[in-house]
Ligand binder design. Structure first.
Ligand code: GDP
Length: 413
């Protein structure tokens, strides 16, 4: 088709025009799409021409997705999945985002909400229609059964060690250890570029440096923490404090030490408080005289028993010995960590918060069924659980409950 300037009738371009009628379009509205020859003057000319048509304006950022959401084409979790898909940097992130866009968590949440509505219908039928002959006496017990199984299912989803959120942000590996052990050198090796300043003077890496890497398709954030040592210098003290805090919340800590004569005095056992596994990385093996330390050779070995460490690696960050073993182990660790990824539903703190609130409300409802069995209180907690799930998908609809009551019990003829 020919695209013309409305006022002059001048042909701007010859284009393909596609018409997607509502409600089957992406946004649920009538959509017209022009496929133009994409040069700057063509696009500018067509936009200018469209601007003269009444009711036409440029879309706000995200407006099409927003309309798709408002028209019920996408739920909130799918909208987030779409955002994540566009932002995905690694294959594993891309897959997770795509699963979410296709409703992995949204559909589950909607199915949970439907079951909850059934339970609500039972309890509210007790309240609203208790004198009707065809309402069975005890509706609380079957409702409690539904609520209990729902509660356990949602609680099980929450025991995922935060893998979904981690996949979005990256597995966090902290490189820690005494100053001058070679942490920055190791980070640069990992990043294959000069991300941290390597300096022969102790205490130069004062802040926490982050590098985002892809290891075997998995996103990994490596932190180079300032040399951890006691210092009277305030700036360095602050660096040490931050380093400890970041290392404490990492998924894995690499504790780097200098095994050469010069660094021998440095601590061998990681003095870090962290729930994460810690690997000891003995660096600068190139400086050891041959035979000086017979059991130290490039590669990895298991630590002596009773150690808090999981592995010991002997490397030369500068020369490269032992790095393959260390990087291979890191990739395997990341792979294992994300292995359960296919089943992970929760990818954001928002999902977790909503699901935690759902479980908490269901727990209160169950406590009430066991205690006083006051239907109004039980119903109130179920409504709270239902709204938390409704918030998760961005859909809240109280009419559903009434529909369910009338369908199940044929009341109100
Ligand atoms: P950081 O303070 O722990 O980050 O240590 P750096 O990475 O800044 O390294 C401190 C010094 O040790 C620098 O002069 C590095 O060149 C040197 N270094 C790091 N790794 C090795 C290694 O494997 N062998 C040798 N010989 N020197 C190293």
């Amino acid at each position: 088709m020919r695209v013309r300037e409305p006022a002059s009738g001048e042909v701007i371009d010859e284009a393909l025009g596609l018409w997607f009628p509502a409600p089957a379009s992406e946004t649920g509205e009538d959509v017209a799409e022009l496929q133009l020859h994409g040069g700057y003057a063509v696009v500018a000319g067509v936009l200018k021409a469209l601007g003269t048509v009444e009711g036409c304006r440029m879309a706000e950022p995200g407006e099409f997705t927003r309309r798709a959401f408002e028209n019920g084409k996408l739920d909130l979790t799918a909208v987030e999945g779409l955002g994540d898909l566009i932002a995905a940097e690694t294959a594993a992130q891309r897959r997770q985002a795509f699963r979410q866009l296709k409703g992995l968590i949204g559909n589950r949440a909607e199915a949970w909400r439907q079951r909850l509505i059934e339970a609500q219908a039972l309890v509210e039928a007790r309240i609203d229609f208790s004198d009707e002959a065809d309402v069975p006496e005890d509706l609380i017990a079957p409702a409690a059964k539904v609520v209990r199984s729902l509660r356990n299912e949602i609680a099980a989803v929450l025991t995922d060690r935060g893998r979904g959120e981690r996949l979005r942000d990256g597995l966090v590996v902290a490189i820690a250890g005494p100053p001058n052990a070679g942490k920055s050198t190791l980070l640069n090796r990992l990043a294959r570029r000069d991300a941290a300043i390597v300096s022969p003077f102790a205490g130069t890496t004062r802040d926490v440096i982050e590098v985002h890497l892809e290891l075997d398709g998995c996103p990994v954030t490596v932190l180079d923490t300032a040399g951890i040592r006691e210092s009277a210098e305030p700036v360095e003290q602050e660096g040490v404090r931050r380093a400890r805090a970041r290392a404490a919340e990492a998924d894995l800590v690499l504790w780097v030490t200098d095994v050469s004569a010069a660094g021998r005095t440095s601590a061998k056992q990681p003095p870090l408080k962290s729930d994460a596994p810690q690997w000891l990385v003995e660096n600068k093996i190139d400086l050891l005289e041959h035979g000086a330390c017979s059991q130290t050779h490039a590669g990895s070995r298991r630590p002596p028993e009773k150690s808090e460490l999981e592995f010991v690696f002997s490397i030369s960050a500068e020369r490269g010995e032992g790095l393959d073993a260390l990087f291979g182990a890191l990739a395997a660790f990341a792979r294992d960590f994300f292995a359960a990824g296919e089943t992970v539903l929760v990818t954001r703190a928002r999902h977790r918060a909503d699901l935690e609130q759902t479980v908490a409300a269901l727990d209160r409802a169950l406590a009430e069924t066991a205690r006083s069995r006051r239907e109004e209180l039980i119903a109130e907690e179920l409504r709270a659980a239902s709204s938390a799930l409704g918030r998760l998908t961005g859909r809240l609809d109280v009419e559903d409950v009434l529909d369910e009551i009338f369908r199940e019990f044929c009341i109100g003829k």
